[in-house]
Ligand binder design. Structure first.
Ligand SMILES: [Zn+2]
Length: 250
């Protein structure tokens, strides 16, 4: 039964390479974060080096071997991060990793040589997705995908679409919700985990006029209170959630 499994949402990004949050976590602040800063720095260095090579009279083999070596090192770093996420997930009962549905093809050369290409969308995010799936297979962990729409803006507690007030912070716009500002990546990880279960979509998407947009309303969710949506099957899950955080922090 799908509903008996422990969905662990994994948001993938640049600043935070992987942010994992089990659906049973009582609060988004317990999400487990692996920084992507080192990978981003390495990628930026590789891009600068490739530009310098292309501007010089370096031969093709020199450029290819330099990129290949860096690529392997960067992939090793990503794989290590993915392994940490998988180890974290195995602390939970019957875990399933849940990511957003993303079908981009990573193209390192395109990003290295196109000044307008975005680091994340061109290479890092799709690569991090693929490496997580590959590493999860080693752990015999299932990776499910759910729609990504509004996952970083939807309030994990009430389902209302919030507003990004600073680069990393989203504020819930529902005056009846207890949630104030939330860290966007952690919120997204929890929302992705919730979306693994049937009917767990955002409650509504406010339009510019302020009227609820019922296209995003799940009928069985309209009258569900935040407390109901936070209900954990048993206390053990909540304890596991806290234990997982402490065990892997730092
Ligand atoms: Zn809310």
């Amino acid at each position: 039964m799908r509903s008996e499994r422990t969905a662990i949402g994994v948001d993938i990004g640049e600043h935070n390479l992987y942010t994992a949050c089990p659906v049973t976590m009582p609060d988004w602040t317990g999400a487990y974060v692996i920084s992507g800063d080192d990978v981003c720095t390495h990628l930026d260095e590789l891009r600068a080096q490739t530009a310098a090579h292309l501007a010089s009279d370096a031969d093709r083999d020199t450029i290819v071997s330099a990129i290949t070596a860096h690529h392997a090192a960067i992939r090793t770093t990503i794989d290590a991060a993915a392994r940490t996420i998988c180890e974290y997930a195995t602390a939970y009962d019957d875990p399933v990793l849940v990511t957003e549905d993303s079908n981009h093809e990573p193209d390192l050369w395109a990003w290295l040589t196109d000044p307008d290409a975005h680091r994340g969308t061109a290479w890092l995010l799709p690569t991090a997705h693929r490496r997580l799936r590959a590493v999860a297979a080693e752990y015999r962990l299932e990776v499910a995908t759910v729609p990504e729409s509004y996952s970083s803006l939807e309030c994990h507690a009430c389902g209302v679409i919030g507003e990004r007030v600073r680069n990393q912070t989203v504020c819930c716009t529902n005056p009846d919700c207890y949630v104030g500002g939330v860290y966007a990546d952690c919120n997204a990880a929890k929302v992705l985990a919730q979306r693994y279960y049937p009917g767990q979509r955002c409650a509504y998407c406010p339009t510019r006029s302020g009227a609820p947009d019922q296209r995003h309303t799940a009928p069985d969710e309209r009258h569900t209170s935040p407390a109901d949506r936070h209900a954990t099957p048993d206390g053990r899950h909540a304890m596991l959630a806290d234990g997982g955080r402490c065990e892997h922090d730092g």
